[in-house]
Design a protein around this ligand. Structure first.
Ligand SMILES: [Zn+2]
Length: 82
């Protein structure tokens, strides 16, 4: 005789699976968002030249290649003083 699984228990396991998958999807989505949107530090590093800019600089977040950086990374910009 095969064991009969009660419908309610089956429904519950499906809900549980759905919740787990949703949680996983959210975690992945959050990870992607964090990679695309790095935290702002107030300093911007032009990764092509290695020059660092402050938030007031015209080049802040405007170089073709770049990312937020720490105040001791790269070389200080001649305009804004990095
Ligand atoms: Zn600058």
């Amino acid at each position: 005789m095969s064991a009969r699984i009660p419908t309610a228990a089956m429904a519950f396991s499906w809900v549980l699976t759905a919740v787990l998958l949703l949680g996983l999807a959210l975690a992945i989505a959050q990870g992607v968002t964090m990679r695309l949107d790095p935290p702002e530090t107030g300093y911007w590093l032009n990764t092509a030249t290695g020059v660092r800019h402050t938030a007031d600089c015209v080049y802040y977040e405007r170089t073709k290649q770049g990312r937020p950086c720490e105040p001791d990374e790269g070389l200080a910009c001649g305009l804004c003083g990095g």
